[in-house]
Design a protein around this ligand. Sequence first.
Ligand code: PGA
Length: 250
Amino acid sequence: MKVLIANWKMAPQTSKQALALASATAAIGKKYKKSIQLIACVPYLYLQTLIQKNKTLCFGAQNVSSHTAIASTGEVGASLLKGVGTTYCIVGHSEVRSQGDTNELIREKINILLSNSISPIICIGERERDERGWYLSTIKDQVESAFAGISKQLLKKSIIAYEPVWAIGSEALREATPAECREMVLFIRKLLTDMYDEKIAHSVTILYGGSVTEQNAALFVTEGAADGLLVGRMSLEPKRFITIAGRIAS
Ligand code: PGA
């Protein structure tokens, strides 16, 4: 079973468009339900309605507050997400890290989500690749910090998305290669083996994300050793997203 995550980011613009996109996405999930677990991570505003109207699709948020007190004006905490039936939530996306989320804050968010029975989708990735391999220590810090103090049972509920920052979005420097993806998937499993054990490390879902297209989708899963994909822009285009799903359905 592969995992395919749609990250709608700050789109679409209206709830009518969101409803249409959700039903197109749900149809893709239905078509490939035997081989793909599809999760749509949508803006907070649309979560409740979409969850109520689409019983077959799993929905996630794209961030969560680290605050738990009611006196947190403007924040959306895990208990609110849980209250409307959210089952997944992205944390540590590079677009959120760049606004100040540190490894420590991300760990707090992961803990809060897990204690509300929401599975965290933890994004990790280096901002740049240097020839001396320092980027590996960035990944090591992110992984070790994210899972510090997390039990094996809770680790199993988490999804990791390796998203090299330089390969994400319309400003991407270039696409990552399947070989680069494979290196990092193996490296993350090695880190998890050191923290837990080999069996658990191999059971954790590790996805690839960053400029995924119809052309490269299959390669990240076959040669790149990823368990699935986290897709941004292309998940807003159902005709292209269904092709991506078809490429990784086995
Ligand atoms: P992209 O975004 O697929 O548009 O590069 C991926 C992401 O930000 O998660």
